[in-house]
Design a protein around this ligand. Structure first.
Ligand code: GUN
Length: 286
């Protein structure tokens, strides 16, 4: 049976570390602040936004929430982003995705000042991640790296397979593993003989968005299996991209869903907001 990697525990450790640093910054007159924008009433997004506000309170940060109606125009949203770009007490801006279909998320992301882009979605920050010279960590992939570390595994020289090539998870995930000297393969919906490749993985990251897609017979015995998925199974129960029941018999270590990668994403967001505040107040903190 595999070791279960406890994302709640690791995220609590990251948040405690961030909270200590926030307390030290406050003594120097700097309070990190996060603005979260949500447009419309998507229920999953509302839960995520509530958890982000809660994490700000837990770590001692200031937060502002902007809940805008579904019919908000692109111009209104861009005006808010511009206002927040100029607001001193806001270190980080996050616009919860997906946006209603009449709004263009690329334009909104591009409008966020890169130094306040705590999601690391702005092309400037994406480019910095590519060349390995970055201040902001892409939250979910960075959370995955923390979980791999917590399992006592160093990616250097390992075969790492990332299933999924999204801009938010798959691509930056591959980069972070590469920066740690792993041999990285990215698989996707057009990959031929997927299980032949996943079976080579010492570290397997599943980020495909399909319930229980990765089964135990696709996993190398003893592998570290990280499940980024968040889906509903046929009974409406939360489940990941990995079929946990069969996978845990083969894997050496595995993340559960819920309680694996999910809590880590928010912890890394707190870390990015702290980093943003430090950069923006570098003069005060000398
Ligand atoms: N929607 C789902 N995940 C995320 C995320 O990490 N950031 C933002 N802004 N929206 C999301």
């Amino acid at each position: 049976m595999a070791q279960i990697i406890d994302g709640k525990k690791v995220s609590a450790q990251v948040k405690a570390r961030v909270a200590d640093e926030v307390a030290a910054l406050k003594e120097k007159g700097v309070t990190p602040g996060l603005a979260v924008i949500i447009v419309g009433d998507d229920s999953a997004s509302q839960v995520y936004v509530r958890n982000k506000e809660k994490a700000c309170a837990e770590t001692g940060m200031y937060s502002e929430k902007y809940a805008l109606p579904a019919e908000t125009t692109q111009e209104e949203l861009l005006n808010l982003v511009k206002e927040l770009n100029g607001k001193k007490e806001i270190s980080g801006i996050l616009c919860q995705l997906p946006l209603p279909s009449h709004l263009n998320s690329d334009i909104v992301i591009n409008a966020i000042d890169p130094i306040k882009d705590v999601d690391a979605f702005h092309p400037v920050n994406v480019g910095k991640i590519m060349i390995g010279d970055y201040a902001f960590l892409p939250c979910t992939p960075a959370g995955v790296m923390e979980l791999i570390k917590s399992a006592g595994v160093d990616p250097e020289g390992k075969n790492c397979v990332v299933v999924g090539r999204s801009n938010i998870v798959g691509k930056p995930m591959a980069m972070l593993l590469l920066h740690k000297n792993a041999t990285v393969t990215i698989c996707h919906s057009k990959t031929v003989n997927l299980s032949e490749i996943t079976k080579q993985a010492d570290i397997l990251v599943a980020a495909v968005g399909r319930a229980k897609f990765i089964t135990g017979d696709m996993i190398k015995p003893g592998a570290v299996v990280i499940d980024v998925g968040m889906n509903r199974d046929e009974n409406g129960k939360l489940c990941g991209d990995v079929d946990f029941e069969s996978a845990e018999k083969t894997a050496g270590a595995i993340t559960p869903v819920p309680g694996g990668v999910g809590p880590m994403t928010i912890a890394m967001l707190m870390e990015n907001t702290l980093t943003a505040a430090k950069i923006q107040n570098a003069n005060k903190l000398k």
